[in-house]
Design a protein around this ligand. Structure first.
Ligand code: PGA
Ligand code: ZN
Length: 423
């Protein structure tokens, strides 16, 4: 049997950053090389995503994954035996067929993405290449600009603030390392400011501070102050990026902001965000409207798309088809790329390629439930995504990804090109 052919596929039940069960897959090829990947998990998920297979019942809040792991061992492993790991597209097609559902509910999106990513790792390992180099296939790569959470909210902090992610990005940095240095100073300054005011309540799911703010605007004011205290000019070295995750508090064109005690229609929410865009140095807004509000997305993009990135996450769910429709309709100008929303590597890459073809910004992203798996750092570099979103600047499931990009930047040496998505 040829060296790249699959000798063994093995599913394993392990634990994610929220202490919930998740799926890990190991793949070994005949030549001895191996690949491993872990499925992440979202909390504010889009309804169009591939769904995780969870066991239900009383144990672990119904979140156990024993059936998904069994699907890897009993259904996926025999089907993949002997296949060539370098045929990612063929293997992903087979995984989709084996599952047979539109949302991957049968075998589980968690079983599928862990398997598909493990195949990718095994293919890189079989050539003795780091994953990013295997993906680049000899082409020049760019190091992504990081987008890093400072305050967490929404579904990741018991809705303490309505907005899910208050993030910073450092578009004028000369390197990834410098962007992290600047972010580290801002994160530290934000922590000091909050503890001085007695507003700190620990950290949220992605490592950002869990603050006791009285309004969403207070969070924005505090973020500007943190940037200044760190010694930077807001909007110059350090800019603001927001994930509104509006599907979490909006439906049928009505939006209920619990913290501000207001209910807005789609135009009202756009107007409120418009006032924030005028007052604060915001360069990107993700999911400004709910996933069912196509018209809102179109109006928002028409009004502000020239000035800032309008990013689709729950709205586009890493689907090439949805990206093409959004591009044709003028909704969004950037797409978040989360492999487990799509369910396979091939579908993830198709969504990224559709985004690039449409002239969209492309941001490879982690989930709120993560692990030590650093695959997305390699995808962002090897696929030239331009941006990477991993959560905050604390907790090792986040830091592992930032640190991996530092290693890749070092391996590229002085010639490393750093992406400039904001010009
Ligand atoms: P999730 O959140 O992983 O909980 O879906 C991340 C995001 O909305 O970007
Ligand atoms: Zn999001």
């Amino acid at each position: 049997m040829a060296a790249n052919h699959i000798a063994r596929v093995n599913g394993r039940r392990i634990w994610d950053s929220r202490g919930r069960p998740t799926v890990e897959v190991d793949i070994v090829v005949e030549g001895g090389a191996s690949g491993r990947a872990i499925a992440p998990a979202g909390a504010s998920t889009g309804s169009g995503e591939a769904v995780d297979l969870r066991d239900g019942g009383a144990a672990f809040g119904g979140l156990d994954v024993r059936r998904a792991v069994a699907n890897v061992d009993e259904i996926i492993a025999p089907a993949l035996a002997g296949l060539d790991v370098s045929d990612q597209a063929g293997i992903d097609r087979l995984l989709i067929e084996l599952d047979g559902t539109a949302n991957k509910a049968s075998l589980g999106g968690n079983a599928l993405i862990a398997t598909s990513l493990a195949v990718l790792h095994a293919a890189a390992a079989a050539q003795a290449l780091p994953l990013w180099r295997h993906l680049a296939g000899g082409a020049e790569v760019t190091i992504p600009l990081p987008e890093i959470q400072v305050f967490g909210g929404g579904a990741h902090a018991a809705r303490r603030v309505d907005v899910q992610d208050f993030m910073v990005t450092c578009p004028r940095s000369g390197s990834f390392a410098q962007a992290l240095d600047r972010t580290a100073e801002v994160y530290r300054a934000a922590g000091q400011l909050l503890s001085e005011r007695g507003l700190i309540m620990g950290v949220a799911d992605e490592g950002g501070y869990w603050p006791a703010f009285a309004s969403n605007e207070e969070a924005l004011d505090m973020l500007v102050r943190a940037i200044e205290r760190a010694g930077f000019t807001p909007g110059d070295e350090v800019a603001i990026s927001l994930d509104i995750a509006a599907s979490e508090f909006g439906e049928d064109g009505r939006y209920r902001l619990a913290l501000d005690d207001r209910e807005l229609d789609s135009d009202g929410l756009c107007a409120m965000l418009g006032r924030w865009i005028e007052r604060y140095p915001i360069v990107a807004i993700e999911d400004p409207l709910a996933e069912d509000d196509l018209e809102g997305f179109r109006r928002f993009t028409a009004a502000y798309g020239e000035k800032l990135q309008v990013v689709g996450d729950d709205f586009l769910v890493t689907s090439a088809e949805r990206v093409c429709k959004a591009a044709a309709g003028g909704a969004c100008n950037a797409v978040l790329i989360k492999p487990n929303q799509a369910g396979t590597v091939t579908e993830t890459k198709a969504a990224l390629d559709a985004g690039k073809a449409a002239g969209f910004g492309t941001i490879v992203s982690a989930r709120s439930g993560e692990s030590e798996d650093v695959t997305i750092a390699h995808l962002a570099v090897g696929w030239n995504a331009g941006q990477l979103k991993v959560g905050s600047f604390a907790r090792s499931e986040r830091m592992a990804k930032w640190n991996e990009v530092l290693r890749i930047e070092e391996a590229l040496g002085p010639g490393a090109r750093f992406a400039r998505p904001f010009g």
